[in-house]
Design a protein around this ligand. Structure first.
Ligand code: SAH
Ligand code: SF4
Ligand code: F3S
Length: 446
C-alpha cells in the first residue's frame, strides 16, 4: 500500500454538537500528522460527521458518500470513514451497503477515531457504534487557533423522546459533564484567546453535575467567574424545564447574553401532546412571559415543525398565531419527515408534501415580516458588539454580534477585530442590523 501523504478532508453536517465533535476529531487527526484540506480530491482520508435529524439530512449523506466512490477507484489507498448520527443509526448496514467505506463510528466512538484510522490503513473494515453509559466527552482538546468564539459541550444525549425525533436513539441517554471539566475546558479556551463561549446540549436545562449535583444555573454562575471571558451563550433550552433559577441566572449574571433558543415546535395543544413535548401552548407563553419579565431585552428563537401527522389547517394556524404572539427574533422551521425508531413515524394520517411545503412557505413568510419588524425596532438603540472581523459584504464594514446575538455591521477599521465596541443601530434588516460606531470612552477593553 502507498504510504498516505496525510491529508484529511473532514465534512460536518448537522447541529453544533457535531461541529464540536468535529473539532475534537480534527485535533486527534492533527496529532496523527493529518493536515486538513477543503477538497475531498486532495485527501488521503475523508471523514464525514453526519446528521440524521430529518430525512433530507440523511439523504444528503448518502448522495455525498455515493460521489466518493469515484475517488476511491482513482485512489485505492483513500480511507473513508462515516461518523455521527447516521453512522449510529445505520451501524454496519452502512458497510454492507457501501463497499467503498472503510469504517463507521457513532458519536460515542469519537475518541476511538485514531484507532479506527490505523485499523483501516491495515485493511480492517469495522463499525463502532456502541452507545456508552458514561461517554460524555472527557478529553479536553483545544483547537490550535480557536478564534473569538467557541463551543463547549456540557451534556450529551437526550431523554425527552419527542415523538418525531431520532436524537435520543442516535445520541443515547442524557449525560452531563462534570462542572470541573467544563470549567477546565472553558479556561483553556479563554487562555487561547476565546472571549465568547456557547455551552451546548440538547436540553441544557436538565444539566446535572454528576459529581456535585450543580444545576445549569449553578454552572452558568461558575463559568461567569472565568477571568477574561466576556460572553456566555447556551443552547438548547427545553420549554418544559425552563426554571426560575435559570431565568434569575440570566438576569443576574453579567456575562450571560440576552438570547435564548426556546423551540416551541407547534402552537397547537393537540400537536404538542402528540409530539410528547410536555407543555401546552399556555405554559409555553407563560415561560416566555416570565423570562421577558426578568430579561426584557432577550431575543427569542424557536424551531417549528409543520405538517406533523394529523396537523389540521386549524392546528397550523395556531402555530402562525404563536409566532404573532411571541414575535421571535429568529426561527428555524422544518417540514415534518419520518425518522426511524420514532413513534410519529408509525402514526397514520401523514400529510402530503404539497401541504407541508405550502405551510412552510406561509410560516416563513410570516416570520420574515416579524423578524424584520423586530430588527427595525432596534433602530436608535446603542448595542455592545463583539467585533468578529470585516463584514462579508460591503467595503470598509466591520461585523460582530450584539449581546442578543444579532449580527451588526458598521463602518470601522479592521483593528477593531476582537474588541467590544458600542454601536448605535441605524437600520434593521431581515437578518442583520446596520449601525455606526460610538467612539470609545476608554472603558472598552480591546
Ligand atoms: N434538542 C433540540 C432540538 C434538536 S433537533 C430541541 O429539543 O429543541 C433540531 C430541530 O429539528 C428540532 O427542534 C425540530 O424542530 C427539528 N426536527 C427534529 N426531528 C424532526 C423531524 N422528524 N421532522 C422535522 N423536523 C424535525
Ligand atoms: Fe429531540 Fe426532543 Fe430531545 Fe430535542 S428534546 S433532541 S427534539 S427528543
Ligand atoms: Fe443531527 Fe445528530 Fe445533531 S441527528 S441535529 S447531528 S444530534
Amino acid at each position: 500500500m502507498i504510504e498516505p501523504s496525510k491529508k484529511v478532508c473532514l465534512r460536518t453536517f448537522g447541529c453544533q454538537m457535531n461541529a464540536y465533535d468535529s473539532l475534537r476529531m480534527a485535533g486527534m487527526l492533527a496529532d496523527m500528522g493529518y493536515a486538513q484540506v477543503e477538497e475531498p480530491d486532495a485527501a488521503d482520508l475523508i471523514v464525514l460527521n453526519t446528521c440524521s435529524v430529518r430525512r433530507l439530512a440523511e439523504e444528503k449523506v448518502y448522495s455525498y458518500v455515493g460521489e466518493l466512490k469515484r475517488l476511491k477507484r482513482e485512489k485505492p489507498w483513500l480511507i473513508i470513514g462515516v461518523g455521527g448520527c447516521v453512522a449510529q443509526q445505520e451501524g454496519d448496514k452502512l458497510l454492507r451497503r457501501l463497499p467503498h467505506l472503510d469504517f463507521v463510528f457513532g458519536p460515542d466512538a469519537v475518541p476511538s477515531l485514531p484507532g479506527l484510522v490505523g485499523d483501516a490503513l491495515r485493511g480492517k473494515r469495522q463499525a463502532m457504534t456502541k452507545l456508552g453509559p458514561s461517554a460524555a466527552p472527557s478529553q479536553i482538546i483545544i483547537p490550535t487557533a480557536p478564534g473569538l468564539r467557541a463551543m463547549v459541550t456540557v451534556m450529551t444525549g437526550c431523554d425527552n423522546f419527542c415523538s418525531y425525533c431520532v436524537v435520543p436513539y442516535v445520541r443515547g441517554r442524557e449525560r452531563s459533564r462534570p462542572a470541573g471539566e467544563v470549567l477546565q475546558e472553558v479556561n483553556a479556551l479563554v487562555e487561547a484567546g476565546v472571549r465568547e463561549i456557547t455551552l451546548l446540549g440538547q436540553n441544557v436545562n436538565s444539566y446535572h453535575d454528576p459529581d456535585s449535583g450543580l444545576d445549569f444555573a449553578g454552572l452558568l454562575a461558575r463559568v461567569n467567574e472565568v477571568k477574561d471571558l466576556w460572553r456566555i451563550r447556551f443552547t438548547t433550552s427545553h420549554p418544559k424545564d425552563l426554571g426560575q433559577g435559570l431565568i434569575e441566572a440570566m438576569a443576574g449574571l453579567d456575562k450571560v447574553m440576552e438570547q435564548m433558543h426556546l423551540p416551541a415546535q407547534s402552537g397547537s395543544n393537540r400537536m404538542l401532546k402528540a409530539m410528547n413535548r410536555g407543555y401546552t401552548r399556555e405554559k409555553y407563553l407563560e415561560q416566555v412571559r416570565r423570562l421577558r419579565e426578568k430579561v426584557p431585552a432577550v431575543a427569542l428563537g424557536s424551531d417549528i415543525i409543520v405538517g406533523f401527522p394529523g396537523e389540521s389547517q386549524e392546528d397550523f394556524e395556531q402555530s402562525l398565531s404563536l409566532l404573532r404572539e411571541v414575535r421571535y427574533d429568529f426561527l428555524y422551521s422544518f417540514k415534518y419527515s419520518d425518522r426511524p425508531f420514532t413513534r410519529a413515524g408509525r402514526l397514520e394520517d401523514k400529510l402530503d408534501e404539497d401541504t407541508k411545503g405550502s405551510r412552510l412557505v406561509e410560516l416563513q413568510a410570516l416570520q420574515r415580516v416579524i423578524g424584520l419588524q423586530e430588527h427595525q425596532a432596534q433602530v436608535g438603540r446603542v448595542e455592545e458588539v463583539l467585533v468578529e472581523g470585516p463584514a462579508k459584504h460591503g467595503q470598509g464594514l466591520m461585523s460582530g454580534r450584539s449581546r442578543a446575538g444579532r449580527v451588526v455591521n458598521f463602518p470601522g477599521p479592521p483593528e477593531l477585530t476582537g474588541s467590544l465596541v458600542m454601536v448605535r443601530i441605524t437600520q434593521g434588516r431581515e437578518n442583520s442590523l446596520a449601525g455606526e460606531l460610538i467612539p470609545a470612552t476608554g472603558e472598552n477593553t480591546a
